[in-house]
Design a protein. Sequence first.
Length: 387
Amino acid sequence: MDYKKYLTENVLPFWMDNAMDYENGGIFTCIDKNDKVYDTTKNVWFQGRALWTYAMAYNTIDQNPEYLKVCENLYGFLSKCTDANGRMPFLVRADGTTIVKRDYYYSESFAAIGCAQYYKATGKQEVWESAERYFDICYSLYKDPKTRTPELTQEFEPCKVFGVSMIMLSTAQFMRNVGINTEKYDAAANDAIEEMKNGGYIHDDIKTIIDYVDLDGNLRDTPKGRTLCPGHAYEAAWFILLEGEIKNDDSIRLLGKKILDYAMPEGFEKETSIIPTCRDIHGRPLMILEEGVLRWWPQNEAIIAYALAYNIFKEEKYKKLFAQIQDYAFEHFADKTGREWFGYINYDGTVFEPLKGDKMKGPFHLPRMLMALISLEETGSILQYIS
């Protein structure tokens, strides 16, 4: 498949044509099957994520001036979503005023990497200063979770989350690759890897990754405490494999390989070519209503992870799984009559709801997958992706 053509002629133009808000700034992500905005609520994650996506595409794929126009619009909107303390909410109205806050710092982390890539594209000092401010907030909250603002609705007891460290690693990697204060960001990357390795999430006895553990790293016998999120495991695996390639460190590569192999139970590929969003490690009820459908993004993460693992380890099982999952995903998620992927399908492969975007789906996982695959295909290495 021509990944570059699919990215530059299908995915990136779709959001440029249908989702940009040049009146208020930023991007809408709630796009229906007719490519129309059906809700002007904005997820703040995607303001930074989209900035990263278009700046990254400009820096590594195609120096299209239209991408910088998009970036300028997105960057200008970030300040409307940022309070006096530098914190960002989860959901905002079209004009940037807060609707919902959240205790995780994902909004700030995505703003940080978006600004970092935009700085690489433009060299504007104020943009790098914004990236540093957002990162410093992320890292301070990562190191001291007690300083986080609680979620408005606290449904569960306090816990540690595997995905938080996974996001911190990726954030540190893209701050570091700018080439400024690299020791600072390298230390953050090392912290994140150490926490994923020794924080209580990896269980060799049952060969699985637990997404939520108590604050001491212990398992909890609750639906949340038994949850494996394969998409997060795949993301973590390929972020760690990427770190191993950057540092040429086999011990890091082998940690990524272990997490990859624990992302799904052995033998799953004999029954399906699709990655579920979550599963209970003991097969008990998940108590997550939307698990009747399958989401696009775990497929993206699995595809990258298996492609990169094959590139590094040359094991045929990874090549087979990469091809199997990629073929199924493009067959069932991609819109054959238009552009982009649908977000959700049923277990029989039919489209569940023919929307192209919602509050949790926008331009990030799919274009990121395509950019990583372009790097592997064009250079035989993942390092162009992180250059």
